[in-house]
Design a protein around this ligand. Structure first.
Ligand code: SAH
Length: 339
């Protein structure tokens, strides 16, 4: 088990279980998350005996960055994991700070037809440490502090729920990465039972749902998950989420030319979300992949935007990062596989 897989409470219980004092957890967390050492032997205040116990009990494996691409406002990193698998993270430079888009699985089973990540079926879930170390390693390399996290990289985070929750716990914990929960956003394709579970967590984390069509038949065609959890169930879960948390939800809507960007599509979308406390993020399709879809022209994007805006619904068009460097989901890893 990797040491970064443990939450503070779990580490405390571990130390109690081996007859050590609770405060050892605070010492170890300080070394891991504040001083950022890369081995147990550097944790000098633990004493040699405890260090060798920890060395036997836990792994300190750190995934390595094996490739990166850089553009003006975006950096993309390819990580190699212990078992040889690859995942990627995208660092976006905003005026409000640095936001890192992290992966949650190797491959993805959701099968969205436009998404490069799903070309490869899920191989496995990422462990907690593999998610946390995307942040820590990129901070180490760039020497910059990442202020925002979006879990929108490869994988479906709600299909790796338990690890996701521990990851968020350690992102948010003031003794660990200390990233404010309002600066963390989880994006799901709409796994309904997990939306209900997510709303019960004690965090103020943002939730985004990939909608991509307000018509059930069309959504099922581009997002097979809709067959299991159709729009009505998603909207019911969103209403429950709002009543439990009081937090506004984000709907992501990718714009695929000639597929889901007609006037009818826009009107149906307005009808679907009318009255919900939500925000629509229109995502012009990033064409840097071989999935065969097209990004609509700018005037078509603005036309779609205007229809929603006129209905008094909060809507923005997502700023496009990294289309030059294949920064959309799964594209860097795909390139690696083709080599
Ligand atoms: N599985 C989760 C999170 C990963 S995908 C989810 O579905 O939300 C994150 C977002 O990127 C989703 O909205 C997805 O539909 C979108 N996306 C995937 N490929 C894209 C591309 N080529 N261009 C723009 N957005 C893309």
């Amino acid at each position: 088990m990797n040491i970064y897989n443990l939450t503070y409470d779990e580490l405390e219980s571990y130390f109690l279980s081996i007859g050590e004092k609770k405060y050892r957890a605070s010492q170890v967390f300080e070394w891991l998350y504040k001083k950022r050492v890369t081995s147990f032997s550097e944790m000098t205040n633990l004493g040699n005996k405890l260090i060798s116990v920890l060395e036997k009990e836990f792994s300190f494996y750190i995934p390595t960055i094996v490739n990166s691409e850089h553009d003006k406002d975006v950096d993309k990193f390819l990580f190699k994991l212990q078992d040889g698998e690859h995942i990627e993270s995208v660092l976006m430079h905003h005026d409000y700070g640095l936001s890192l888009c992290i992966s949650s699985q190797v491959g993805c089973n959701m099968g969205c037809v436009f998404c490069e990540s799903g070309k490869r079926k899920k191989v496995r879930n990422l462990e907690v440490y593999e998610m946390l170390l995307q942040i820590i390693e990129i901070e180490r390399i760039t020497k910059k502090r990442i202020s925002h996290i979006v879990i929108m990289g490869i994988g479906e985070p709600f299909d790796n729920f338990d690890n996701l929750v521990k990851f968020i716990t350690n992102c948010n914990d003031y003794r660990a990465l200390e990233i404010g929960s309002r600066h963390i956003t989880v994006s799901t394709c709409g796994i309904v039972p997990k939306i209900y579970e997510f709303s019960k967590l004690p965090y103020q984390v943002n939730l985004a749902i990939s909608l991509h069509s307000a018509f059930d038949d069309k959504r099922s065609k581009i997002m097979p998950v809709n067959k299991a959890y159709p729009l009505k169930d998603v909207i019911d879960a969103v209403k429950d989420y709002y009543s439990v948390t009081g937090r506004r939800i984000t709907f992501e809507y990718i714009l695929l030319d000639g597929i889901n960007n007609s006037v009818d599509d826009a009107k149906e979308l307005c009808k679907l979300v009318k009255g919900l406390n939500c925000y629509i993020n229109l995502i012009p399709y990033n064409e840097g992949s071989s999935m065969g879809f097209k990004r609509p022209k700018n005037d078509a994007i603005m036309k779609f935007y205007d229809i929603i805006k006129k209905e008094g619904i909060n809507v923005t068009v997502r700023r496009e990062f990294g289309s030059k460097i294949s920064a959309a989901c799964g594209q860097l890893r795909s390139k690696k596989e083709e080599e």
